[in-house]
Design a protein around this ligand. Structure first.
Ligand SMILES: Nc1ncnc2c1ncn2[C@@H]1O[C@H](COP(=O)(O)OP(=O)(O)OP(=O)(O)O)[C@@H](O)[C@H]1O
Length: 218
């Protein structure tokens, strides 16, 4: 069964002469455990599609299905729960909270999804994720002490803390050198293969597109 599906989805931004059709009756099915790269020129709608797939943006028309559930008429609180349980997001310009340590930043999504205190196990998992993204020992550091590429890797760890079923990542290797980018994709690929994490990555990076099992060109 498709874990994510859009049917005849269109997105139009702006009004009158500023109207801009970004997606035009797009159909797309993503099966559980797939590794998909969404590619296409700048401005073609990759970020828009990720936001629609992650139920952050309601499209102008068409249907969005998340894990067999039609995303329509669901109130914002339920939608937030659904997202918190099932989806990890890595945004193109990840925002870490500047006054929280890296560990606290990574643990933050648990506050919303569990609604309770964090366990020792959560802390160990966050530290392990930090190691996996190549930032071992930095858990007490504040975000401003990290480079842009390092902050992006923290954002990946933060997106994974909930053990999401689906990871939606916008240019996850942007701002990373080739070696670091490849190691990040290695990690995501391992999670895809061992834990069945469904990966949808929007990318300009031909290397990332080649590593995916399927490329969706917009
Ligand atoms: N909230 C918005 N309001 C109006 N126009 C928007 C909005 N969001 C995106 N757009 C426009 O829609 C188009 C697609 O944007 P989007 O960010 O989805 O493209 P993209 O393929 O991800 O681009 P890039 O590769 O440069 O990140 C762009 O022309 C953008 O200006």
């Amino acid at each position: 069964m498709a874990v994510l599906e859009v049917r005849q989805v269109s997105q139009i931004y702006g009004k009158k002469e500023r109207r801009r059709h970004v997606l035009d009756r797009l159909d797309l099915q993503i099966e559980a455990g797939e590794f998909v790269a969404v590619t296409g020129p700048s401005g073609c709608g990759k970020t828009t599609l990720l936001c629609i797939l992650g139920a952050l943006l309601q499209p102008t028309s068409g249907e969005v299905w998340l894990d067999g559930q039609l995303i329509r008429g669901i109130n914002e609180a339920e939608l937030a729960d659904l997202r918190a349980q099932k989806i990890g997001f890595v945004f193109q310009f990840p925002a870490l909270l500047p006054t929280l340590t890296l560990l606290e930043n990574i643990l933050l999504p648990l506050t919303f999804s569990q609604g309770k205190g964090r366990s020792r196990e959560d802390g160990s998992r966050a530290i392990k994720l930090l190691e996996q993204v190549g930032l071992a020992g930095r858990e007490k550091d504040l975000p401003f002490t990290l480079s842009g590429g390092e902050q992006r890797r923290v954002a990946v760890a933060r997106a994974l803390i909930n053990r999401p079923q689906i990871l939606l990542a916008d240019e996850p290797t942007g701002a990373l050198d080739q070696g670091t980018g490849e190691r990040l994709i290695d990690l995501l690929e391992t999670l895809n293969e061992t834990e069945g994490l469904t990966l949808v990555l929007a990318t300009h990076d031909a290397l990332v597109a080649r590593r995916a099992r399927r490329e969706v060109k917009l």
